[in-house]
Design a protein around this ligand. Sequence first.
Ligand code: 8YV
Length: 311
Amino acid sequence: MHDLLLIGKFPQLAQDMIDTEFRCHSLEDVNGNEALRTSVRGIITRSNCVVPPEVVASLPSLGIIATCGVGYDLIPLELAARRGVTVTNTPEVLNDAVAELCVGLLFALLRRIPQGDRFVRSGAWRQGAFPLAVSLAGKRVGIVGLGRIGKEVARRLEPFGVTLAYFGRADQHLAWRFEPDLRRLARDSDVLILCAPGGRATEHLVDAAVLDALGPNGYLVNIARGSVVHEDELIGALARGAIAGAALDVFDGEPDIDPRFFDLDNVVLAPHVGSATVETRQAMTRLALDNLHRFFDEGHALTPVKAAVAA
Ligand code: 8YV
């Protein structure tokens, strides 16, 4: 049974799967045992955990970093590539779960479902009706990053009678309109949905200028990464009504998010649960474990991250 360095805390169902197939060690265990440190060939982690470069550099036998998740923005890819370390993620198996959460957050945002729940629980209903919200039907939806998850979001929203357009690296020549200018997409959208990968290339892609273009009747949904939005400018836009509202599953510094969010009534907050279903996390863990087995047994992985794409 191979030894792995475990970085991050997994749901118990995932950890149980891992423990039946590999011996997991903490960073403290590895650093305190020279034989283990020099023999560990694999790291297993989660996409919302930082894999420190100094840890990657400290493991002479390291051959693979397998993350449970599609994002790899917290893994030092360039260092891994220089050292010939394979990095793997778990694409595809979580598309449905993340897209479903996105649709759920969008309806929660537009129809103010969390606020309605609080309204009933507070007894305020006795004093009058809950305020009117807005419909999704007929709205213009702009998707930022039409990758695998972005396409699943678009497919789920189309039956609701929306008009879809997207922004990304290139025109994919699909039925939906490609908009090469993000501010123009925001200007021409009622809802802007962020599905782009995290990392340097997308950091603060959505800033005050984009939010101003989205406008006071516009809504933002972020299921990507907190880093894709300039969070301070988002909070300012929400506070002054420069946009109508936002639904966020990802944040800077999560789980310790900016407390200013808690005072905003026009924001729906979710604890990075896009892929957090039993079925999906089982599938993600299975794929990460299969990547490790395939690498150790045959020298190559099933779903390696292509560093060129990540650059
Ligand atoms: C979480 C995600 O990271 O897949 C990703 O990139 O953001 C989510 O699936 C999940 O907690 C990974 O274990």
